[in-house]
Ligand binder design. Structure first.
Ligand code: SPV
Ligand code: MG
Length: 294
């Protein structure tokens, strides 16, 4: 249970109360607001989503500053805890010192840092180059993150890519244990298997105290109910459904406008302008005009 006053405390309180924090991906302040509106506990400030939003691959091309600025804006507009995907920590342990200080100051509740080498390659790509750093090196990065956080409730999640890199369960468990020993608050284990078997085997074998975080994009059979049965899971991340939903919705709408030769056909299919005004807070602008404009 949290003791501080920051968003890390809020995150820990949700975890304590519900036993599971359910985070949805977002890539913009508006999408983060929609995540909060839908009732999710937290925002996943996904590197994949932000890269896709910029139209570039998720291979350490988007800078820390771009991701940090978006994290800050999403935290401000959504009002719920943001779990920041800081990839590899943007370099070595020295870069991590700077990054974690900045993300905490930006209002993030947590950071997730992965044990791949910089520059990274997105995890779910078939045949991707998945180079890992040595265990000792990553322990140094976790210790750097711990040493620089101001609020001890700020959550440090260590992510192992051992299964993604095809190194097997023993290596994944060895790394997870080493990262917990270095002070990680949670362990994220990622898998691109099409079924939950690999992840469930890991979870059953996990003998640490740190809760586990999962991103079940590749194995959608993993529902909230199934996660709860696994008991050891503390954070469930729906990894990229905001950007994928956007791509689908925009493609469908644009294609229909092209086909119809006008916007008349889509009018009833998409949210009204008033709905967007509501999201922007135009009601308050009107009230404020009455109060303050003379
Ligand atoms: C992300 O959403 O940026 C992630 C999850 O790190 S994945 O893309 O599956 O690696
Ligand atoms: Mg990522």
């Amino acid at each position: 249970m949290g003791t501080g006053t920051g968003m890390g405390t809020t995150f820990r309180e949700i975890l304590g109360k519900k036993g599971l924090v359910e985070a949805m991906a977002a890539h913009s302040p508006l999408s983060a607001m929609l995540v909060a509106e839908a009732g999710f506990d937290a925002i996943w400030a996904s590197g994949f989503e932000l890269s896709a939003m910029y139209g570039v691959p998720d291979v350490s091309v988007v800078s820390m500053t771009q991701h940090l600025d978006m994290t800050r804006a999403m935290a401000e507009r959504s009002g719920i805890p943001v779990v920041a995907d800081i990839d590899t920590g943007f370099g070595n342990a020295i870069n991590v010192l700077y990054a974690v200080e900045q993300y905490e100051r930006a209002g993030a509740a947590a950071i997730v840092m992965e044990d791949k080498s910089f520059p990274k390659v997105t995890s779910l790509i078939a045949g991707g180059r998945q180079d890992m750093v040595r265990i000792e090196e990553f322990q140094g990065k976790i210790e750097a993150a711990r040493s620089v956080r101001k609020d001890k409730d700020f959550v440090i999640v260590a992510r192992t890519e051992a299964l993604i890199a095809g190194l097997g369960q023993d290596e994944a468990l060895k790394r997870a244990r080493a990262y917990e020993a270095a002070g990680a608050d949670m362990i994220l284990v990622h898998s691109k298997q099409k079924t939950p078997d690999e992840i469930e085997a890991f979870v059953k074998a996990w003998d640490g105290k740190a809760p586990i975080a999962l991103v079940p994009t590749a194995y959608p059979q993993m529902t909230v109910a199934r996660v709860k049965e696994l008991e050891k899971i503390g954070l469930l991340i729906w990894g990229n459904h905001a950007i994928r939903a956007s791509v689908g919705a925009m493609r469908k709408t644009f294609a229909q406008i092209r086909k119809d030769g006008g916007i008349h056909g889509v009018e009833s299919q998409i949210p009204t302008v008033d709905e967007v005004f509501d999201l922007q807070g135009m009601g308050k602008v009107k009230d404020d005009e009455k109060r303050f404009l003379r």
